[in-house]
Design a protein around this ligand. Structure first.
Ligand SMILES: Cc1ncc(COP(=O)(O)O)c(C=O)c1O
Length: 380
C-alpha cells in the first residue's frame, strides 16, 4: 500500500523513552507505569471540578481487560444483562460473556452510528445491570440521556472509550462522566502503546477492585514489594487476572501523551479537508453533533457501492477498513444469543455502506488530496 489504512506515529521521542525504560532494568509494571497513570489521570480530569481524592486511573494491558474488570468492579453476575450497541468491536460484547451474563444489543443512529437511546431504553428489563455505551469513531454518545436512564433504572454506566481520547461531551471530557470509562492504547488508537488500556473512575472502591484484580488479586503491586520500602509478604484477596501493563508500554504512552493534543489537531485538520471535499457528492461525510467534540479516531463515510470503492482504492494503493461488522452478524454470537438481523435495521443499513478512510497524524496533505480524488472517482 502506498497509503496504508494506518501508520503509527512514532518518532525518536518514543524510541528514546522505551530505550530508557529498558536500560533502567525494570521491565514490567513499575515507576513508569505509576507516572503514566498519574499523568493520564491529570490530563483526563483537568478542569473537571472533580476533587483530587476522587480522580482515579488504573492501567491495563488492553481495553478489553479494563472493561472486564470494570464489570467485575460493579459486581456483574451470571444471569445479568448488559446493554450495548451492535455497532462495536467484539470485545465490548465478549467481556459481558465472561460472567455468564447476557450482552443485549441495541440499534444505532443513522447519522452518528452511536447507540440510539430509544432503542436502548426499549431493551431495559429487571435483569439489566449496566449499559456499555461505545463512543463510535471518537464521537461521544448522548451521555445526559444515558446517565438519566441509568439513574432512573439503577443501572451502572461503563463507557467504552476505546475510540475517544480525547473527546468531550458538552465541555466535559470523556473519562469524567460515567461510573467507569475504559480507554484503549491498541496500535491504531489515538494514543498507541502497541497494546494497552486505562480505566478512569471517581469511585475509589471500583479503582481498588480493578487495581487488585489486574494482578492476580494480589493485595500489593510487585513495585511495592521489590523496592527498598517493600516487603516480600503479600496476600491474594480475590480471584484476579494477569492484566497489568509494563513499563516499556508506559514509557511509550508517556511520550505519546505529551504530543496527544498536537496529534489530535492534525487529525481534526485532515477530517476538515475530507468533509469540505465530500459535501454534496456521492460520498456522505460523518455527522458530528454541535454539543460534542470527537478526537477523529476514525473517519467513516457512507457510499452506495462500498465494496467496489474499497476494492478500487486498494488497486490504487490506498488502504481502507470497515467499522464494524455488527455483533449480531457474527456466527458465534448470533447462534449463542439468538440475535436476529431484522431487529437491527439501522445498523444493517449503516454497515452496508460504511467505509473508514485513512486518518492519522503522519498522513500528508498531498496523500489526503489523492485519497479524495480517487474516492470521488469511484463512488456512485
Ligand atoms: C470499540 C472498541 N472497544 C474495545 C476495543 C478493545 O480494545 P483493546 O484492543 O485495547 O482490548 C476496541 C479495539 O479496537 C474497540 O474498537
Amino acid at each position: 500500500m502506498n497509503i496504508p489504512f494506518h501508520r503509527a506515529y512514532i518518532t525518536d521521542e518514543e524510541i528514546d523513552a522505551v530505550a530508557d525504560a529498558i536500560r533502567s532494568g525494570w521491565l514490567t509494571m513499575g515507576p513508569k507505569t505509576v507516572e503514566f497513570e498519574q499523568k493520564f489521570r491529570d490530563y483526563i480530569y483537568a478542569g473537571s471540578g472533580v476533587t483530587a481524592a476522587e480522580q482515579h486511573a488504573v492501567s491495563f494491558n488492553s481495553a478489553t481487560a479494563a472493561l472486564h474488570l470494570a464489570l467485575k468492579a460493579i459486581g456483574l453476575k451470571a444471569g445479568d444483562e448488559v446493554i450495548l450497541p451492535t455497532n462495536t468491536f467484539i470485545a465490548t460484547a465478549e467481556v459481558v460473556t465472561y460472567f455468564g451474563a447476557t450482552p443485549v444489543l441495541c440499534d444505532i443512529e443513522d447519522d452518528t452510528h452511536n447507540l440510539d437511546v430509544r432503542s436502548l431504553a426499549s431493551k431495559i428489563t429487571d435483569r439489566t445491570r449496566a449499559v456499555l455505551p461505545v463512543h463510535f469513531a471518537g464521537q461521544p454518545c448522548d451521555m445526559d440521556e444515558i446517565m438519566e436512564l441509568g439513574r432512573r433504572h439503577g443501572l451502572k454506566v461503563i463507557e467504552d472509550a476505546a475510540h475517544s481520547l480525547p473527546s468531550s461531551y458538552k465541555d466535559r471530557r470523556i473519562g469524567t462522566i460515567g461510573d467507569i470509562t475504559c480507554f484503549s492504547f491498541y496500535a491504531t488508537k489515538t494514543l498507541a502503546t502497541g497494546e494497552g488500556g486505562m480505566a478512569t473512575t471517581r469511585n475509589e472502591q471500583y479503582a481498588r477492585t480493578m487495581r487488585v484484580n489486574r494482578l492476580h488479586g494480589i493485595s500489593r503491586d510487585a513495585w511495592d514489594r521489590y523496592t527498598v520500602k517493600g516487603s516480600w509478604y503479600y496476600e491474594v484477596v480475590d480471584n484476579g487476572n494477569k492484566y497489568n501493563t509494563t513499563d516499556l508500554n508506559a514509557a511509550l504512552g508517556l511520550a505519546q501523551l505529551a504530543k496527544l493534543e498536537w496529534m489530535n489537531e492534525r487529525r481534526a485538520s485532515i477530517a476538515l479537508q475530507y468533509t469540505l471535499a465530500f459535501r454534496g457528492t456521492a460520498v456522505e461525510p460523518p455527522v458530528v453533533r454541535r454539543d460534542r467534540e470527537t478526537c477523529w479516531h476514525l473517519y467513516v463515510v457512507k457510499v452506495k457501492n462500498r465494496d467496489e470503492v474499497s476494492d478500487r482504492l486498494r488497486e490504487d494503493g490506498i488502504g481502507t477498513s470497515v467499522h464494524f461488522i455488527p455483533v449480531h452478524k457474527h456466527p458465534y454470537y448470533r447462534d449463542t444469543y439468538g440475535y436476529r438481523d431484522v431487529d437491527y435495521p439501522v445498523a444493517n443499513r449503516v454497515f452496508d455502506r460504511s467505509l473508514s478512510l485513512p486518518i492519522y497524524p503522519g498522513l500528508t496533505d498531498s496523500e489526503v488530496d489523492r485519497i479524495i480524488e480517487k474516492i470521488l472517482r469511484h463512488a456512485r
